[in-house]
Design a protein around this ligand. Sequence first.
Ligand code: SF4
Length: 168
Amino acid sequence: MKFPMYKKETTHEKYRNDPFRAVNFKTDADGDLICPNHKKFHLAYRKAVKGNQYGRQEEIYECEDCSGCPYADRCKKTEKNRTIRVNQELTEFHEEVLDNLESIHGALLRMNRSIQADGSFGVIKQDRWYKRIVRRGLDSVQLELYLVSIGHNLYKFYNKQMKLQQAA
Ligand code: SF4
């Protein structure tokens, strides 16, 4: 599934290859992140991601010494050492998504989906103005979607029957 910055990540070359983005930092033999000025980042603390119900945590790393750095203007906005947030698990997921979607198999699946599912989805959402699920709770939502899908299938079936009658 595409993630929020997928479009920018795949189409904006300057953003994707920006050497000052934390995800583009290299790691040394000890596994520490190294910035473009060859300084190490050390784990400062961990904190819970705000609003996350699953206890997800992110790690905050701080550069060992940003003083006198020639890249400071491009890399950071404050006078302090630069800090970065890293969610290793999320970064790995993003890499997996990019690999999957950019592979030949992924491109074929996406094309197939756009042919098979998006048409019906577009008709239900745009033409029939069904833009929001109105019920709450998993069972009710499921039931509502089944009813909408049955309605759409009946509509297609009826249209097909009419076309066959007119052709006969
Ligand atoms: S500002 Fe700090 S983190 Fe950024 S490149 Fe310079 S030393 Fe590295």
